[in-house]
Design a protein around this ligand. Structure first.
Ligand SMILES: [Zn+2]
Ligand SMILES: [Zn+2]
Length: 363
């Protein structure tokens, strides 16, 4: 079969590799129908993820197959798999989890103690992933979701990672409630997913903040009430002016950080109002400053996290009922054989106005 392999920092190759087989009774092997590329794949490609470098080095020239998002058609099932059979179409979760360990029982599947790696995120990170003709999914009963008919690939793909990530780590951890005012800082694929999933909880106002006007335009089109570019306006002053009222102090109820740099985390601290919550989704590479001297007296809570994908079924239900339409995030279509080209486009996502790529198997 063909696969997109990671050979080491800044090196990927679309090449012929052996097709995966069932290794454990809880495995499923499926044919990839559609897959996509994530910001995390670019982190790995840059050489920022040591586990993936180690895996690539274990098999020189063959490397590690990237990708943790996709939709498969089940081809073979292990003897202990009960929920899936040959021919089923299923969404691959970015988190593979056993469903029975200490952490899985607490809905912290991201820390599953029984995976083949260091966390629940193993696909395309520590074991071969979804950017290939076929993939092996460990603990398939807990790590795949049956795809309902009539839901397009463009929507199914978003349920692998970006929707549950934005919803769990941003919207649910931030405890967004009906009537809240929410600021979303950073409107890339995950920020836009936070916007879409946040809207299902009916906040009064969503304020989108990004340095890129094109992304702000998309946010407004997808339902943001206000859009601000802090490179052009004083976002802090504008947010406080917008949220002032006779009965309460200014500031947002929830600030969702979807960038992962010190400046945007700092901005969230500047925007938050009394009793508010800062939900950090962005992946940080550096320490940030924490204004505890200002936050404590405002009763601010701060949350962080890696997705556990416990919300995937709920989100799928929202898609089926029409409350949520994530297909709007699909901006580019490629064939699997054009994978290397798709990476080039996604690497320059801003200039290509790329949000998510839909990559279809050629066969
Ligand atoms: Zn991802
Ligand atoms: Zn587990």
């Amino acid at each position: 079969m063909k696969a997109l392999t990671f050979l080491g920092a800044n090196t990927i190759k679309y090449q012929e590799v052996a097709k995966p087989i069932i290794k454990k009774p809880t495995d499923v092997v499926g044919k990839i129908l559609w897959t996509t590329i994530c910001g995390s794949d670019l982190h790995i490609l840059k050489g920022d993820v040591p586990e993936s470098i180690a895996k690539a080095n274990e098999q020189k020239g063959r490397g590690l197959i990237l990708g943790h998002e996709g939709v498969i058609k089940v081809e073979s099932v292990g003897s202990a798999v009960t929920k899936f059979k040959q021919g089923d179409v299923a969404i691959v979760s970015c988190i593979s989890s056993c469903g029975s360990c200490y952490y899985c029982k607490k809905d912290l599947q991201s820390h599953c103690s029984n995976t083949e790696g260091t966390s629940g995120w193993i696909l395309g990170h520590e074991i071969d992933g979804t950017q290939a003709d076929y993939v092996r999914i460990p603990y398939a009963d807990n790590s795949l979701y049956k795809a309902p008919e009539n839901v397009p690939a463009e929507s199914l793909l978003m349920l692998s990672d970006i929707l549950p990530t934005a919803y769990e780590v941003g919207v649910l951890s931030g405890k967004v409630k009906e009537g809240d005012t929410v600021a979303i800082v950073g409107l890339g694929p995950v920020g836009l997913s936070a916007l879409l999933t946040c809207k299902t909880l009916k906040p009064a106002k969503i304020i989108a903040i990004d340095m890129d006007d094109a992304r702000l335009e998309v946010a407004l089109r997808l339902g943001a009430d206000e859009a601000m570019n802090p490179g052009k306006v004083d976002a802090k002053a504008q947010v406080h002016a917008l949220t002032k009222s006779d009965i309460r102090e200014s500031g947002v109820d929830v600030a969702i950080e979807c960038v992962g740099i010190p400046a945007t985390f700092e901005m969230c601290q500047d925007l938050i109002g009394p009793g508010g919550a800062i939900a950090n989704v962005g992946v940080h590479g550096k320490s940030v400053s924490l204004k505890l001297e200002e936050l404590w007296i405002k009763n601010i809570s701060i949350s962080t996290g890696l997705v556990s994908a416990y919300s995937t079924s709920d989100l799928l239900q929202k898609v089926v009922s029409g409350d949520l339409d994530p297909s709007v995030l699909a901006t580019h279509h490629f064939k699997m054989s054009e994978m290397e080209k798709a990476y080039e486009v996604f690497k320059n996502a801003a200039s290509n106005k790329a949000i998510k790529m839909v990559i279809e198997n050629d066969n």
